[in-house]
Write a protein that binds this ligand. Structure first.
Ligand SMILES: Nc1ncnc2c1ncn2[C@@H]1O[C@H](COP(=O)(O)OP(=O)(O)OP(=O)(O)O)[C@@H](O)[C@H]1O
Ligand SMILES: [Mg+2]
Length: 531
């Protein structure tokens, strides 16, 4: 029996298509199709003679085409971009296989293009498609009118398929390269942060301590700090009290080119206005009562180094104006002096306040705000990074041990979950205080939950125990601060407040309290709040 094909294979067409197989290694080996485009045109010319070949890609607006590659011996100014007339734009949206045109000069859409003006007439256009969508096209052009026939179309379509494939590979490769680059940068940054953290002993209050943090939120903040450290840019650190603003300021100093210079800090909240000025700018002998000696201010003494303006939100209006001048013009004067001095300090400012709100209320100068609000690093509160509690506790206990002349105390098995269940309104500083007290009480032994001054997990609730009218609004106080309430009351209120704060999103509320979802659900049930 003999089989017959419905359409007898056209030996000529098959031979022409076969000849195109030569294009495959050429295209797959090329990084950029533009480099091999003349070669592609030559190979194709053998089976599909043409005098010019253009590869055009659709612009994102889908109203114009970029001429991505063009080969021709006809001399004309190659356009970079061709605006596609309204009446031809449907070709980008509807399915079509090829377009034959005997003379482009008679085609209202094509006759304007420079190729036509330069004497090219015949045209065979085929679309480039990806996922069924047209994203460009090839235009085979000939000097002769009617240079192409429908028999040429399958050949042109095959070339277009190869070109589309090559472009798709290129996009994939570009994307992979971009992703690899991003990964590489992230890894390099992580490594830099790690080596800086290991190298630098972030000194605070005289005792060396390591900077700790494994949570994504903390690592993000430190990553940003490591990046900005290399510059001289003013940094604003924001975050609740005790979140590590000073720790991070010292980290930036240690990781910066000014590391060999001094690190000085001024607490703007702690000094009255008159003293802040002389502290910052220094004073001349006799400038005011008590100024018995000329004294350089912090800005002068921090020359070549970093000055931390802690609690910058507390600066008086007068001091704000003077600080603005330092930041704007890098100039200042000692109190009582006329000589203008140049400031060579990098400023890091820190605040637990929301400066933008202070600007809106008129208590913080807007111009100063913009001088400080350049590179802001927001430090997350400890309750939003429960992963950090135990690693921090370990390092803090070592540190406390050193201070007490003992080995760092360990935590008993039941003490650790208690630390995790507490929301730490005072953040790392409060954690440190609680641990310090516990280490003393433990007398060199293991720290158990009795040593921790934290609210105990509540026993099953006897309902109606608290009177909401008299219940204090403040929550999250360490045990012992509020005696009128029972611990279950405090816990219930914390749970309620967390729910309201998280707009009843339980996962978020649990996170805010540093609890797992399961731990949080237990408390919801205990207090009859499960909805
Ligand atoms: N990531 C950390 N690793 C180690 N210790 C930390 C870390 N964060 C904070 N600490 C410790 O917690 C205490 C408070 O930190 P720091 O003084 O930097 O906080 P702060 O944000 O400046 O607080 P405040 O607004 O109250 O001045 C310090 O004893 C500090 O050493
Ligand atoms: Mg501080």
């Amino acid at each position: 029996m003999r089989y017959r094909l419905a359409v007898p294979p056209d030996a000529d067409l098959l031979a022409r298509l076969d000849a195109l197989a030569e294009l495959l290694p050429l295209l797959s080996g090329a990084l950029d199709i533009r480099e091999v485009f003349p070669h592609l045109s030559r190979v194709t010319c053998r089976v599909l003679p043409h005098d010019a070949l253009a590869l055009a890609l659709l612009a994102p607006d889908r109203e114009s085409l970029f001429v991505h590659a063009l080969t021709t011996e006809v001399d004309f100014q190659r356009p970079d971009r061709i605006q596609v007339p309204q009446e031809a734009r449907h070709l980008f949206e509807v399915p079509w296989d090829y377009l034959l045109c005997d003379d482009m000069a008679t085609d209202p859409v094509m006759r304007q293009i420079p190729a036509v003006v330069a004497g090219l007439h015949g045209s065979l256009r085929v679309p480039l498609r990806r996922n069924g969508q047209v994203f460009g096209g090839l235009n085979f052009m000939s000097r002769a009118q009617g240079g192409f026939t429908a028999q040429d179309a399958p050949v042109a379509i095959r070339v277009a398929a190869y070109v589309a494939l090559a472009l798709a590979h290129k996009d994939l490769a570009d994307e992979a390269a971009r992703a690899a680059e991003v990964r590489e940068r992230a890894t390099a940054l992580e490594q830099r942060v790690r080596s800086l953290t290991d190298q630098l002993s972030v000194l605070g209050h005289g005792s060396p301590r390591r900077m700790v943090g494994v949570s994504a939120a903390w690592r993000q903040a430190v990553g940003e700090a490591a990046q900005v450290a290399a510059t001289d840019t003013t940094v604003l650190l924001t975050g609740e009290s005790g979140t590590g603003k000073e720790v991070l300021a010292r980290f930036i100093h240690g990781a910066s080119p000014r590391a060999a210079g001094p690190f000085l800090a001024i607490n703007c909240a702690a000094l009255p206005e008159s003293l802040i000025e002389s502290e910052l700018f220094g004073h001349e002998k006799g400038a005011f009562t008590g100024a018995t000696q000329t004294r350089a201010g912090l800005i002068e003494r921090a020359a070549g180094g970093v000055l931390l303006l802690d609690e910058v939100g507390e600066l008086s209006p007068g001091a704000q104006a003077k600080l603005l001048r330092v930041l704007q013009e890098r100039e200042f004067q000692r109190v009582g002096a006329s000589r203008v001095l140049r400031a060579d300090v990098r400023v890091i400012a820190a605040t637990h306040r929301h400066l933008r709100t202070m600007v809106d209320r008129g208590t913080f100068r807007e111009d100063l705000f913009y001088r400080l609000h350049i590179f802001v690093i927001a430090l997350p509160p400890l309750r939003e990074r429960p992963d950090d509690v135990l690693p921090l506790a370990e390092v803090l206990l070592e540190d406390i041990g050193r201070q007490l002349g003992r080995r760092g105390a360990g935590l008993s098995r039941e003490a650790a979950p208690r630390l995790l269940a507490y929301p730490w309104p005072g953040n790392v500083r409060e954690l440190r205080n609680v641990l310090e007290r516990a280490a003393i009480l433990a007398g060199g032994g293991l720290i158990t939950s009795e040593h921790l001054a934290l609210p105990a997990p509540a026993p099953p609730q006897s309902s109606g125990a608290s009177d909401p009218a008299t219940a204090p609004r403040r929550i999250g106080l360490p045990a012992g601060t509020e005696r009128r309430q029972t611990l279950p009351d405090v816990e219930r209120e914390m749970v309620e407040n967390a729910l309201v704060g998280a707009r009843y999103n339980k996962s978020e509320a649990a996170r805010a309290l540093g609890l797992t979802r399961a731990q949080f659900y237990v408390r919801l049930k205990r207090h009859g709040l499960a909805i």
